[in-house]
Design a binder for this molecule. Sequence first.
Ligand code: ZN
Length: 286
Amino acid sequence: MRIGALEAGGTKMVCAVGDELGNIYDKVTIPTETPDETMPKMIEYFKNAHVDALGIGCFGPVCLDKADAHYGYITSTPKIAWRSYDIVGAFEASLGVPVGFDTDVNAACLGEVSFGSASGLSDVLYLTVGTGIGLGIYSGGKLLHGNLHPEAGHILLRRHPSDTYAGKCPYHKDCFEGLAAGPAIEERYGVPARELSDAKAWDIEAYYIAQALVSYILILAPQKIILGGGVMHKTELFPMIREHVEKLLNGYIVTRELKDLEDYIVPASLNDEQGIKGCLVLGRDA
Ligand code: ZN
């Protein structure tokens, strides 16, 4: 089976062709401009590849409710040109193949569950910390959707006592994303996250990520938590996050998984291909 995979992001569209086993035969990146500019390029790519199905992991918010007339639409995104855009309908009409659709973070979570370090588990979280913060939730053996889809990057946190930064989220100011996503780091310290070397600054970042993880652990009881995204390329964050998680939980949760935090809170395992591989699974299932 030849499956098309599209990881639709706010700055770039990663298009690939692969199979249901997670093999990727070909991959291209197309800049995200307006639908009028970008869609024909992607359609041409997948047409030439003769795919049997397509899986899309998309930036959001998106409508995932199949009973809703707007299923398959990108909805209230700040990227105006893509607002209320029927991305699934556009591909179905032009390619004539089944299209699977979910959020980018749910797709990445599915990639890790299908081919990565979370293989075989039923309850897994995938948190991305980059330009934005998003959480993919695989719960009870399936991706969690609910009335929309989880927006767990916008949960409210307790402030670090020495952090006076106002926060960058246009909706909530100092929610998790407003305090800890890449743009918040850059605005607060005046350098991009990848150039930031201040240990105190990274401790504050780890403190916020750990607080979010503690809430997720208490609510969702995951078997494993995978952290990806640009900010998480700073590998020194992992031991700092685990330490804060341990302190914040303070021995309250006693399970096999929580005893070994190094195996519990882990980096993405698929060389930043977890998202596109998850899209292959979405295509297969469609
Ligand atoms: Zn927010």
